[in-house]
Design a protein around this ligand. Structure first.
Ligand code: ADP
Ligand code: MG
Length: 567
C-alpha cells in the first residue's frame, strides 16, 4: 500500500498533472478532437474504467454524449433531460457529484452493469454551464475528495480550451462562408441574363445557409403581389404556388417592414399561407429577408430547413448580403434589357425619320407636275353634251387631281412639322447626358471612354433632340467600328465664334472610297446596318448651318469633327 501523500505533495502532483494535461489538450483546434483529448487525460489521471463528456444541445436543451471512452454504441445514444440521472443533477445544480456506490443512489441511470462508482463535474464557460464531464469505475468508492478537486480543476481548464476551439471553428466557418459569398457575388453580378441570375441565387442561398429549399420572390410591377421567380430544392407542386398578396401574407411583412423574418416552424404558424404544402414538402424553419436595391425593396429571398432550426444572426447577415447583391444584379440585368430595347427603338426611329424625309421629297417632286397638270386641264375647258359619258370621266379626273393635291399638302405639312426648333443648348451638358445613356453600352463593348470637355463653352442655337440623335449615331457607329473594344475620345472646344465637337475612335477605320460615299443614304458595310445614320447626321448638320469632316484610314481609327455656330 503506497503511503498517503502529504497536502503539499498532493498540490505539487496535481499542479504537475494539470500542466501536462493543459499542454496536451491545447494541441488541437478541432472541437471534437479537443473533447477527446480532455476525456482521455481525465480517464487516465483518475484511473477510471470509462468516461464521457456530455454537452447541452442549445436547441433541445438535452444532454447529449459528445465523446466517450469504454461505452458501447447504444449507451452513447442516450439523451438526458437536465435534472435526470447523476449527469443531469450536476447539469442542474452546477455542483460536482461523487457517488461511491451507484447501486445505492436513486439518481443513477445504469449504462454499464459493472459500474460501481462515479464522479461527475460541471463544464462551465463564462458562467454558462455547457455540459458535464463523467468518469466511472468498476471499483466501489474509486474516487477520493482529492480526485474530485483535481477533476474540477481539469474541467475548468478544459472548458476554456473547448470554448476557444468553438470560437475558432465559428471564425473559420464564417471565413469560409464569406469566401463563398464573394465568389457567388462575382459570378452573379457579371451576368446580364435575368433567369440565369435568379436560378443561381436560389441555388447559392441554399448552399450558403445549409438549407433544403430556397424560393426567390419578386414584387409584381404593381407592387401588390409577390411572385415566385426561382426556387431550389422544391417539388413540382411548390413551383405552381400562386402569387402572394403583400398586404395579406406573412412574407408580405418582410416587404413592408424591410426586415428579416424567422419562423421556427411554418407548419404550425397560423399566418403562413401554405401550411399543407409545407407539410408535404417537409419545410420547417423559415428565414426570409428583403431584397433591397438602395432603399427600394424588390422582393424577398426565403430559405427553409427540413428540421427545426434557430437561424443565427450570422445566417441572417449572409442571406441578407446575398439578397442585396442579387437585387443589384437583377436591377442591372433589367437596365441592360432597357438599353437594348432603347437601341432597337433608335434604329426603328432612324428608319421612320428617313421615310419621313423621303416622303417629303417625293411629295415635292409630285406637286410641281401636278400643278401643271391641273392648270392645263382647266385651260382645256372640256365641254361635253349632257348625255355624253366622257363628261363624267372629265369630272372624275378633276376630282382625283384635287385628291392628289390634298395628299401632297398633307405630306408636306407633316414634313414641316418635324422642322427643328432652335433654342440655346449647352453642348457639354448634352454630351454628359448622352454618355450617361451609353455608359452601359460602352462598358459592355469593352470601350474605354475619354472625355475632354472645354471648361467654358458658349451655348449653341440648336434643336436639342436632333443634336442628341446626331451624337448617338456617331457614338453607335464608333462602338460598332470597335468589335473587340477600344478607346472613344469625345472632345468639345470653342474657336472663332464656333463650337467644335469631336468623336475619335480606335476602330477599323475606312478606305478612301468608303469615306467618299459615307453620307449617302442606304450605304452600309454592316449586316444589320441601315446606312441611314450618317445621312441623317448630315441633314441635321445642314439645318444647323454647321460642318462635318472625317479623318480615317483603314485600321487606324476614325475621327468625326463637327463645327456648329455659337449663338
Ligand atoms: P450604318 O451604321 O447603319 O451602317 P451609317 O450611315 O451610320 O449606317 O454608316 C454608314 C457606314 O459608314 C457604315 O456602314 C460604316 O461602313 C461607315 N462608318 C460609319 N462610322 C464609322 C466609324 N466610326 N468607323 C468606321 N466606319 C464607319
Ligand atoms: Mg450607324
Amino acid at each position: 500500500m503506497p503511503r498517503a501523500l502529504t497536502p503539499s505533495e498532493r498540490k505539487l502532483r496535481n499542479y504537475q498533472l494539470l500542466a501536462r494535461v493543459s499542454a496536451a489538450i491545447t494541441s488541437s483546434l478541432d472541437p471534437k478532437q479537443t473533447l477527446n483529448l480532455v476525456l482521455t487525460e481525465a480517464v487516465q489521471i483518475m484511473n477510471a474504467s470509462s468516461g464521457s463528456i456530455c454537452l447541452i444541445d442549445p436547441h433541445t436543451q438535452l444532454l447529449e454524449i459528445e465523446v466517450a471512452i469504454g461505452l458501447h454504441k447504444k449507451a452513447r445514444e442516450l439523451k438526458l433531460a437536465i435534472g435526470r440521472g447523476v449527469t443531469g443533477w450536476v447539469a442542474k445544480t452546477g455542483q460536482p457529484l461523487r457517488v461511491p456506490d451507484v447501486r445505492a443512489d436513486p439518481r443513477y441511470i445504469p449504462l454499464r452493469g459493472s459500474i460501481r462508482s462515479e464522479l461527475a463535474v460541471p463544464l462551465v464557460v463564462e458562467d454558462t454551464l455547457i455540459g458535464v464531464l463523467n468518469v466511472d469505475s468498476t471499483r466501489l468508492d474509486a474516487f477520493s475528495e482529492d480526485d474530485e478537486e483535481l477533476l474540477c480543476a481539469l474541467a475548468n481548464q478544459a472548458a476554456k480550451v473547448i470554448h476557444n476551439s468553438w470560437l475558432y471553428e465559428a471564425v473559420a466557418h464564417n471565413a469560409r462562408k464569406l469566401e463563398a459569398l464573394f465568389a457567388v457575388a462575382q459570378s452573379i453580378i457579371s451576368s446580364h441574363d435575368l433567369p440565369d441570375i435568379l436560378n443561381r441565387v436560389a441555388v447559392e442561398a441554399c448552399r450558403l445557409t445549409d438549407t433544403k429549399v430556397c424560393s426567390l420572390m419578386l414584387l409584381s410591377p404593381g407592387g401588390d403581389q409577390l411572385e415566385l421567380r426561382a426556387s431550389h430544392g422544391a417539388g413540382p407542386e411548390y413551383l405552381h404556388k400562386p402569387p402572394l398578396r403583400v398586404d395579406d401574407s406573412l412574407l408580405g411583412v418582410v416587404i413592408t417592414r424591410k426586415k428579416p423574418l424567422r419562423v421556427f416552424n411554418v407548419q404550425q404558424h397560423d399566418a403562413y399561407r401554405h401550411t399543407e404544402l409545407a407539410r408535404k414538402e417537409g419545410l420547417v424553419s423559415l428565414l426570409s429577408v428583403p431584397m433591397l436595391f438602395g432603399r427600394t425593396v424588390i422582393g424577398a429571398l426565403n430559405v427553409y430547413t427540413g428540421t427545426p432550426y434557430h437561424y443565427s444572426t450570422q445566417d441572417i447577415k449572409i442571406l441578407s448580403t446575398l439578397a442585396n447583391l442579387a437585387a443589384i444584379a437583377i436591377e442591372n440585368a433589367r437596365l441592360h434589357e432597357k438599353v437594348v430595347a432603347a437601341e432597337e427603338q433608335l434604329r426603328h426611329n432612324e428608319r421612320l425619320s428617313t421615310l419621313g424625309l423621303l416622303a417629303a421629297e417625293v411629295a415635292h417632286e409630285i406637286r410641281n407636275p401636278l400643278t401643271v397638270m391641273k392648270m392645263l386641264f382647266h385651260s382645256l375647258d372640256l365641254q361635253f353634251p349632257v348625255d355624253d359619258p366622257r363628261g363624267k370621266d372629265a369630272e372624275i379626273m378633276a376630282e382625283k387631281m384635287n385628291h392628289l393635291n390634298v395628299i401632297v399638302d398633307q405630306l408636306l405639312g407633316y414634313a414641316r412639322s418635324t422642322e427643328p426648333h432652335f433654342a440655346p443648348v449647352d453642348l457639354n451638358d448634352l454630351i454628359d447626358n448622352i454618355l450617361l445613356l451609353c455608359r452601359s453600352k460602352l462598358k459592355h463593348a469593352d470601350v474605354t471612354l475619354h472625355k475632354h470637355l472645354a471648361a467654358k463653352l458658349p451655348a449653341i442655337r440648336a434643336d436639342r433632340g436632333q443634336i442628341e440623335q446626331l451624337c448617338l449615331n456617331l457614338i453607335l457607329n464608333a462602338v460598332e467600328a470597335m468589335p473587340h473594344g477600344g478607346d472613344l475620345t469625345v472632345r468639345t472646344g470653342a474657336r472663332d465664334g464656333a463650337v467644335q465637337l469631336n468623336f475619335q475612335d480606335s476602330g477599323v477605320g475606312m478606305t478612301p472610297e468608303q469615306r467618299e460615299k459615307l453620307f449617302q443614304p442606304f450605304l452600309t458595310t454592316k449586316a444589320q446596318g441601315t446606312g441611314i445614320g450618317l445621312a441623317i447626321v448630315q441633314k441635321i448638320i445642314e439645318s444647323h448651318r454647321g460642318q462635318i469632316e472625317v479623318e480615317s484610314k483603314p485600321g487606324g481609327g476614325t475621327t468625326f469633327q463637327i463645327t456648329l455656330p455659337a449663338t
